[in-house]
Design a protein around this ligand. Structure first.
Ligand SMILES: [Zn+2]
Length: 276
């Protein structure tokens, strides 16, 4: 999956540090990321390439010893840079090297959070960057705003050698998917699993088991994957406004998932190869 970047090590401890010339910078404009493409590999600009004031760059994280900063700017001021192009964010899903794709989608998650918290939601005053932790602080009322991560579940519903496969309606992503949805306040993840299954495909399930999780910065999520088994009637009632397809597919009908970036793809491929 996209976060599995071994032998590289993702270091997300907060540090209040200044950018150096050779540090890397993520620049976003609308839903695009500034990249250079060379020999099938992507790279991002260095601090020295970007005409930015020091307070427009904030430290995000490091991968091994490579430090990454975010260029904080309004979209219309974002830099044009010779040799670099703005590519749609989804380009990262198939880009190499994967550690930079992972860094890019994680930077995007932080970028949205910084963008949306320039003012205090409690009193409306302009916020400041906290100097000791990853947070925005309001100097007027003392409100401290931490990064927002939305938990969601992905569910493989199985019945022997069959699994429920879905396709979303009206989204950019056109591939096959599994039942998925956000956790609501007051709900355990297992309760989310049951509710989302009932809403999307109208099935009852049993034996809910946790599989793996995935940080998914593209949509500001942390995803938890579960498998469960059909309990009773196998007749699918599709949620028509969310899904264009919801059907039982047998293991031998599933196509091999070759680009295992997402937890969804890993879970489908795991079922295709191993069953449950
Ligand atoms: Zn405030």
């Amino acid at each position: 999956m996209i976060q599995d970047i071994e032998p590289y090590v993702f270091k997300n401890q907060f540090e209040n540090i200044k950018p150096q010339n050779d540090d890397n910078v993520f620049v976003f404009r609308e839903k695009n990321i500034l990249l250079k493409k060379e020999n099938e590999e992507i790279s991002v600009p260095k601090v020295k390439d970007i005409m930015a004031k020091e307070d427009e760059l904030i430290y995000l994280f490091a991968i091994d010893d490579k430090k990454y900063f975010l260029y904080l700017s309004d979209d219309d001021k974002a830099a044009e840079l010779e040799g670099y192009d703005y590519e749609p964010l989804r380009f990262l899903r198939s880009a190499k090297p994967m550690e930079l794709s992972f860094a890019g989608e994680t930077a995007w998650h932080l970028n949205l959070w910084y963008r949306d918290n320039r003012f205090c939601g409690r009193c409306g005053h302009k916020t400041l960057h906290h100097t000791k932790e990853r947070a925005m602080a309001c100097p007027e009322c003392g409100n401290v705003i931490y990064p927002k991560i939305a938990p969601a579940v992905i569910v493989g519903i199985t019945d022997g050698d069959r699994i429920v496969i879905t396709r979303y309606k009206g989204r950019e992503y056109k591939g096959i998917a599994l039942v998925a949805g956000f956790c609501e306040i007051g709900e355990s993840m297992e309760a989310t699993v049951r509710r989302e299954i009932m809403e999307e495909v109208g099935l009852k399930v049993k034996n809910i088991r946790y599989y793996k999780s995935q940080p998914w910065g593209f949509d500001q999520n942390i995803l938890a994957g579960y498998y469960c088994e059909l309990d009773g009637d196998d007749n699918i009632t599709r949620q028509e406004d969310e899904l264009s397809v919801a059907e039982w597919v047998s293991r031998d009908e599933l196509q091999e998932q070759t680009n295992i970036i997402s937890l969804t793809a890993e879970m489908i491929e795991n079922f295709r190869r191993n069953g449950i």
